[in-house]
Design a protein around this ligand. Sequence first.
Ligand SMILES: [Zn+2]
Length: 487
Amino acid sequence: MNDMTLAREGLEHLKALLAFDTTNPPGNEMPAAEYLQKALQAEGFEPVLIESADKRGNLVARLKGDGSEKPLLLLSHLDVVPAQAENWDLPPFAAEEKDGYLYGRGALDMKQMTAMSLMALLSAKRKGLKLKRDIIFAAVADEEAGGKLGAEYLVENNPELIEAEFALCEMGGFRLDVRGHTFFPVQVAERGCAWCKVQFLGEPGHGSIPNPDSAVSKMTRALTRLEKKGLPLHPTDIVREFISSVAAKQKTHVRTAMKALLSPLTSRMALSRLEKEQARVFYAQLHSTAVPTILRAGDKQNVIPGQADVVLDGRVLPGQTWESFKKELQHVLGREAQIELIKWAEPLVYSADTPLFDVIRRVVIERVPEAEVVPYLLTGFTDAKHLDKLGIVTYGFSPMNNDPDEKFSRLVHGHNERIGIDAFSWGVETLTEVVERFCSVPSSAKAVDSLMEEMLEPERAGNASGSKEKDPTLPDGLAAEPPDAED
Ligand SMILES: [Zn+2]
């Protein structure tokens, strides 16, 4: 079966998956999970269907290897966030095509990965590949509500089904063009979560006489400081490397401006010169943040309340603890703020110096020779948090050769979520190639080839730059420069 057919077949599965309304809440992923169960059974698999709660379906299937290496898990979630149909050009659950795009809630987050992973699994089985590690396919429920009935449920109740050395999941592998240079960021880290409640107390009183020491006044002043000042700059290694890799390809003035993001003296100014949306993303990559999401105070028009509460959506960078984050927050909010933790999840960071990352880099560059594959930090969190409890190294890699101008990140959770059909087809082929190369026992001819390749380009292993051998057409001026010594 050739790749075009595989991609087209993947597209049919994606359409079928998009047509199931798996809006969470309530989720109702079972029919979609049953659809996958049938598709897999038809090809000789024995998938396991797990109902974590009423109609909450999780499906796991496995293609056995020889066991000489630990499994690779392909994890995607079947639930989606709500869609307001009245704001869409095409209905969110009809899976209709328009102008080369397939529309549907979940087209990017993340039923596309379910369909791609399915095709990678089916392809490996149809080819009868000799595998050194099992390939595990898992399509789970409930990610958009935190994963309690999905990935977390499997980790706690059926770990033997998904235990693996590595996992590929969402939020990476897309195309990002920065001033004419192409990058494919692959998520290797994500910020942790520190949701907290902050309480302010003050003298209650009559609403006819203003009181600057009231609980509400204290809270508004503290939140204004938080808004203006923010939390301190922490350029983590991963963000340093990302910015340096992107900057290395730019003209001198752009490179200088990008490097300025990393210094406490110049970071603010450098951020203010970026395009607004980019600045917001870079800010969140360089700082822990705390965003007010719920405010509560008072219950009567003419009574100044004695208490004001705010819930902050706190997100912490790798390297920080609850204590260090709380200290920074307390400093900005002031001594009177009583900070109490609601939910904590550790930040994650994995090395990009692994055989899997190396295969990803090689496969992407073979397909897009002018591109560079860069490790990157996700500002939000994914099911990787749960997999981490089993010691699984998770990368965000749901590959897609999207049109770099389409600003697809706005479509994730937004109106008119859609995926370019060519971008998706590229993703099916790329993921399939990565999975096959990483999991199969190389034929002896191939093994010699790749050994030769490694001997010819030793710098490629563990180094993001240096794509010259792969692309003789790349003009010298565009070749990657080695990162500066200080990085
Ligand atoms: Zn998602």
